[in-house]
Write a protein that binds this ligand. Structure first.
Ligand code: PLP
Length: 230
């Protein structure tokens, strides 16, 4: 199957999941997680109408930017971001999905202010409480989202989560549902109608994420094929 065929098939599964949940399929964006795939693969996904491409690693993103890999689609940063790499991402990524601490948010704000731009970000929620993952704990998220409003050069557009590795079919549904509740609560009480992105769901579980309210799914291997780690 080609990248274009894979995207078409994911789009129809997304639409079916949306309709089953009584939602409009047009409200859900498909972000291609293009890590470890080259510029040609990125271009093929853009030609097939992907809504955005998401990169995980700053070095890889920078190299592919130099090859114009993302021309024609918004570039998102979806991986763990270290504070000392912030300057390489701010102003280049249209949306940073993975802001998991106020210190990181502050650094992004400082850099964006220097560039005289406003950086769109999502707050990452560590919904499984896993030590290996970054992100705000669910119980600290509301207060963090409240404090984030004070930064003038970042704009929080929503939430992102990566739940624990699924062990049983639909095992992540309760995590998705919980993040969806936090998203609705924070959007209603703290933000205006620019708080619109709920980024959750990957190749194996994007339909469940859509059932729970995702407005953005991040799909890698189901579009680009299995990644081969060295
Ligand atoms: C790689 C990655 C994805 C996509 O994972 P697949 O299982 O290949 O669909 C989604 N989100 C993040 C943050 C990723 O790193």
């Amino acid at each position: 199957m080609s990248i274009a065929e894979n995207i078409q098939s994911i789009r129809s599964r997304m639409a079916a999941a949306a309709e089953k949940a009584g939602r409009d399929p047009r409200d859900i964006l498909l972000v291609g997680a293009s890590k470890m795939n080259d510029a040609a693969a990125c271009r093929a996904a853009i030609a097939a109408g992907i809504d955005a491409l998401g990169e995980n690693r700053v070095q890889e993103m920078t190299a592919k930017l130099a090859e114009n890999a993302y021309d024609g689609a918004p570039l998102h940063f979806i991986g763990h971001l270290q504070r000392n790499k912030v300057r390489q991402v701010v102003g280049r990524a249209a949306l940073i999905h993975s802001v998991g601490s106020l210190e990181l948010l502050e650094e992004i704000d400082r850099r964006a202010a220097k560039l005289e731009l406003v950086q769109d970000v999502l707050l990452e929620v560590n919904i499984g409480g896993e030590e290996s993952k970054s992100g705000f704990a669910p119980e600290e998220l509301y207060a963090a989202a409240d404090r984030a409003r004070a930064f003038s050069s970042v704009r929080v557009r929503g939430l992102m989560t990566i739940p624990p590795v699924e062990r049983t079919p639909h095992g992540n549904l309760p995590f998705f549902a919980r993040v969806s509740e936090l998203y609705v609560d924070i959007g209603r009480n703290l933000y205006d109608n620019t708080f619109v992105y709920l980024s959750m769901g990957m190749s194996d579980d994007f339909e469940d994420a859509i059932a729970a309210g995702a407005t953005m799914v991040r799909v890698g291997s189901a579009i680009f094929g299995q990644r081969h780690y060295q």
